[in-house]
Design a protein around this ligand. Structure first.
Ligand SMILES: C[S@@+](CC[C@H](N)C(=O)[O-])C[C@H]1O[C@@H](n2cnc3c(N)ncnc32)[C@H](O)[C@@H]1O
Length: 259
């Protein structure tokens, strides 16, 4: 799937805040390199590099578009393209950080222990993932995908439960998180404005993330049709408030485990 940094950063404050909230809960680090998996445009990677100036820092991402944006600003960060599903590092890490990314990677029961085993003694795994797949924004997207002439083409692309319950992650991480585990969930209430074209801002929000892989295989006419059906459903589910803005409740799961 291709990412569009401009579309993604249309809601930069809302999208980036959880990563900074995660970062704020990470304490002292042991020696060793740091990697951000799914670094996107590198905003958190740069904050990490500034906070831990003595650690080597790598920003790792599959998307050439996102890495292109990340590396535009000169820094000491090493930018590396690759797939988290096959990521491996020889050196044990002081910090593996991942914000709003691992929901795109399958098989968490295998992934989480693998990431923990990459940590140095006392190293930290810090993860934030959305846990809003039963929210109207996602349910309605799946309904439109299943009801149109595109249903057969889109069926294999639908991700139903990419993020498990917190209890499942606790069981995956606790045996390896000997230095302690910190888990919490937050439901942000994003206040979205616009856009000027009258579309629901929730449509503009999902265009930057979950909607992208579903629109990709469609023709231009199908994309317009899909967006119109989805937009109508979103406007009913997320009505504009009296000041014209739209509230988007968004639940996110945070996990910090220390080896
Ligand atoms: C929603 S963005 C989050 C970007 C950044 N962490 C942030 O908070 O702004 C998800 C990022 O994960 C990357 N990504 C998705 N699947 C990946 C994979 N299997 N391996 C590496 N990167 C991946 C995408 O390219 C994208 O940059």
């Amino acid at each position: 799937m291709e990412w569009d940094p401009v579309q993604y950063l249309k809601f930069a404050d809302e999208r980036l805040r959880p990563g900074f909230d995660l970062l704020a809960r990470i304490g002292e680090l042991t020696r060793g390199p740091i990697i951000e998996l799914g670094c996107g445009t590198g905003v958190h990677t740069r904050a990490i590099a500034a906070r831990w100036p003595d650690h080597a820092v790598t920003g790792f991402d599959l998307s050439a578009e996102m890495l292109g944006q990340a590396s535009r600003e000169p820094s000491r960060i090493r930018w590396q393209q690759g797939d988290i599903a096959s990521w491996h590092a020889e050196e044990r890490q002081a910090l593996v950080f991942s914000n709003a990314t691992l929901q795109w990677v399958d098989d968490h029961a295998q992934l989480m222990p693998r990431l923990m085993r990459h940590l140095a003694a006392g190293g930290v795994l810090a993860i934030q993932m959305p846990r809003n797949f039963s929210a109207p924004s996602h349910v309605l997207m799946r309904e439109v995908a299943a009801a149109g002439p595109w249903a057969e083409r889109l069926a294999p692309l639908l991700r139903h439960d990419p993020v498990a319950d917190p209890e499942a992650y606790y069981d995956m991480l606790a045996p390896l998180g000997r230095g302690g585990i910190d888990f919490w969930e937050t439901e942000y209430l994003h206040i979205l404005a616009g856009p000027a074209d009258g579309e629901s801002p929730v449509l503009a929000w999902t265009r930057g993330t979950a909607l992208r892989p579903l629109l990709e295989p469609l023709t231009a006419a199908e994309r317009r049709d899909f967006a119109a059906r989805y937009d109508a459903a979103l406007k009913a589910a997320y009505p504009r408030r009296t000041d014209g803005k739209t509230l988007l409740p968004f639940r996110r799961l945070f996990m910090i485990a220390r080896a």
